[in-house]
Design a protein around this ligand. Sequence first.
Ligand code: AVI
Length: 313
Amino acid sequence: MSFLFKDFPVDRDGLRVDVLAGLAARPKSIPPKYFYDEPGCRLFESICAQPEYTLTRTEQALMRAQRRDIAAAIGPVDCIVEPGAGDCAKVRLLLDALRPSHLAVLDIAGAPLATAAEPLSRDYPDLAITALGMDFLHDLEAAAPYLPAGRRLIYYPGSSIGNFPPDAATALLARFRQLAGTEGRLLIGFDLKKDPLQLHRAYNDAAGITAAFNLNLLERLNRELGANFDTSRFRHYAFYNPVAGRIEMHLVSLVEQDVSVSGQRFHFALGETLHTEHSYKFRRDEFSAIAKSAGWQLADEWEQDGFAVQLYG
Ligand code: AVI
């Protein structure tokens, strides 16, 4: 029916500013959103296909098995909004089940988003599609003028919410609440607490893809910030911390070394860590308490093989 693509200006200096600040902090850290350059996105796709990393496949299986029940619980929807939509593959199942008149997909990688979203108009000729190239963590509110009036469903699958510390997760869910409006709904998927060894294996796959994904962050800094990281001098180190309820992902320096990034020198002591990601795991009641503090009321929920999807209103 119609296809609109708008690419918001991205802060081109954001990577440099965030990385220099993160390397000056103690412990050193870099925000996980910087994993996803082109090679990083390919490596993440490959992680999702590893036998040990069942999260994505389990969510897909749950959504397929429960789609009618989920659609009935959601009820009529005018517009689906998917922040971080990427290749726009996951939302198709909801488009089939809910038949909304409008879809708005948001992603920091604007051009690939537009390429992924446009073919949807062939498969759903009556659907108005809006693709917004934006860092929704900064610009979410700027999406509002592009959304039609009516009932909105925010769709946030893939346990992406687990990559935020609890305070930041609550703040993001509260912003989703604002964007959805009082009649709006949220359908969100997240990974559940389970056997720590199963979690450990998921982030330490035998083929070494998660290690390559983690180390690609250093290669990205070499490519984009003129850094001189030697990746053979860092070890991918991921483990489940049961006290905090999260996988922690680190790059641990195997030697004492100095690294230059964007013209600044940073010292790594032997064994010092560069923290790259948290991936929180939840119990269903824990998550609904977080969502409640962000203004959402649990309406329904589904669980399969250690993964949950919850519906809020
Ligand atoms: C995107 N996110 C939900 C993934 C996760 O499991 O936290 C990212 C990831 N990191 C390592 N493996 C996968």
